[in-house]
Design a binder for this molecule. Structure first.
Ligand SMILES: *Cc1c(COP(=O)(O)O)cnc(C)c1O
Length: 343
């Protein structure tokens, strides 16, 4: 692979980051007259820890990782943008993505004026490494993989990803938003082997904290240090930090919820397969099912009119007549199946 200094934009390499008043966050017990805050205590009158040290430590304890490998963002969507901004010179560099996949890579690439070259997955939604490598140009800085993939629900084989990491000399981002619903282990296990690897995770799905907006990027300490220079100083607000810490106290409850979602996914899959308008229920390692039906547009309209909102993916590459169904509570899933039987 290329050295990090060859991949990062020159202006970012040169960048002297903003030094915030709270960069040296050892102010406990001091009179704090350094940040022009309102001095009257409200619980929120002080700027938060710009590096979210407490929350990172808790996440590292949960996942058996080191906090020098971690940066937090205002959702992983912020981190996707941060990575593109750090590596891609606008109007010059490009990015490889897959289709069908998560829509934010395209949006963030467009905002940063980086071309997103979309490479088709195979018919069974598996990864075609040779096709990805053939699409790379001298200006390709990043490859985004989503595994388990949204909206198809499958994971890519580790042999395929391994060979891509070995063959490509830029940065590979593996978006693991749904990893906790999968049998596969996280690619964070292999960070030390692959210095150009970035693993994205989120508290929005399995952790049940979508409203707090907390995304995680795991990478080498060198890469994390560069991303830390570029991020806004207080990108994760204090309320989110403390509410997330509170929510993460109950690991056992979170694991129970994940187990229940997996049970419900299996139940939904069985029930869907009994319904005549359902052609295919694709195997899923996420908390949703991609389902091919006779007429997705009609069914989508019918469900909307009857109080059930799902995601219509019929216009995505390889997803003609497909709906994406999130796994809900047992009651919600029963309602969904009843509506489908009525249709
Ligand atoms: C839901 C999702 C995310 C999460 O984004 P947040 O900004 O962290 O809420 C990231 N990637 C994929 C593929 C997703 O489906």
């Amino acid at each position: 692979m290329k050295a990090l200094t060859e991949l990062v934009r020159d202006n970012i390499l040169q960048l002297k980051p903003y030094s915030s008043a709270r960069d040296e966050f050892k102010l406990d017990g001091c009179i704090q007259l350094d940040a022009n805050e309102n001095p009257f205590e409200s619980g929120y009158n002080r700027y938060p820890d710009p590096y979210q040290n407490q929350l990172k430590q808790r996440l590292c304890d949960l996942k058996g990782m080191q906090s020098e490998n971690l940066i937090l963002g205002n959702g992983s969507d912020e981190l996707i943008d941060l990575i593109i901004r750090t590596f891609c010179n606008p109007g010059i560099d490009n990015i490889i993505g897959l289709k069908p996949s998560y829509g934010m890579y395209q949006v963030s690439a467009a905002i940063n004026d980086a071309e997103l070259i979309e490479v088709a997955l195979n018919g069974d939604f598996s990864l075609n490494v040779q096709r990805v490598l053939d699409a790379c140009t001298k200006k390709t800085k990043l490859i985004f993989l989503c595994s388990p993939n949204n909206p198809t629900g499958n994971t890519f084989s580790s042999e395929e990803i391994d060979s891509l990491l070995n063959a490509f000399d830029g940065i590979v981002i593996i978006d693991e938003a749904y990893i906790d619903f999968s049998d596969q282990s996280s690619w964070t296990d292999r960070l030390s082997k692959f210095p150009q690897l970035v693993v994205l995770q989120t508290l929005s799905k399995s952790f049940g904290l979508a409203s707090l907006r907390l995304g995680l990027a795991w990478a080498s300490p060198e890469l994390i240090a560069i991303l830390n220079k570029v991020k806004p100083p207080y990108n994760v607000n204090g309320a989110s930090q403390s509410l997330a810490l509170k929510a993460l106290e109950n690991e056992a409850e979170l694991n129970l919820q994940i187990q229940q979602i997996l049970n419900e996914r299996a139940w939904l899959e069985d029930e869907l397969n009994k319904i005549s308008i359902v052609q295919t229920v694709y195997p899923s390692e996420a908390n949703f099912l991609l389902v091919k039906v006779d007429n997705a547009n009609k069914l989508y309209e019918y469900l909307c009119a009857n109080g059930v909102v799902v995601r219509n993916r019929t216009n995505q590459y390889g997803c003609v007549n497909c709906l994406r169904l999130s796994v809900g509570t047992p009651e919600e899933n029963k309602e969904l199946i009843n509506r489908l039987k009525e249709f």
